[in-house]
Design a protein around this ligand. Sequence first.
Ligand code: FMN
Length: 152
Amino acid sequence: MDKKAKKKVLQMVPYGAYIVGTKTEGGVDHLMFGTWLMQTSFKPPLVTFALSQDSRTLANVRRSKAFTVSILRQGQEDLAQHVLDEAFDEVQKERSPSGLPVVASGAGWMECRLLAIVEHGDHRIAVAEATDFGVGEGKPLSLDGLGWHYGG
Ligand SMILES: Cc1cc2nc3c(=O)[nH]c(=O)nc-3n(C[C@H](O)[C@H](O)[C@H](O)COP(=O)(O)O)c2cc1C
């Protein structure tokens, strides 16, 4: 395999900038910056999110079978960095209908109910039905807009 080509080609896949919201076992809000999200069905509205096998987010999702995805808007670049830095107090939050954290003033959010986890690779694929949605403001922020990469 041409490893340089592998990285280059995989980094051509366009991605967005999302915050996955879950709760810890103790009921504390947890936020994770992530990008590997995809819609996979119209009816019902299904999405998949690839979650790092070692992440607290995956552990929270396995346990609670629920998570939110907030879609960041252009202008929320600092917020993305705050979440990566785990400076969660810097992030203004609201609640989804089931009480999970979503980012305030983002482009939009969805609440997801876990259906299955595909147990392959170093990221496990959470297959979920999106059960509630909220539309915010602004234009979605792309990973490219942040100047960041995750594939490769
Ligand atoms: C640009 C970028 C994109 C990322 N995308 C994902 C992703 O799609 N899925 C994921 O599990 N982690 C992703 N991460 C890593 C997470 O942000 C996080 O550091 C790690 O998974 C630990 O998550 P935790 O806080 O739930 O333990 C990404 C990190 C960066 C810098």
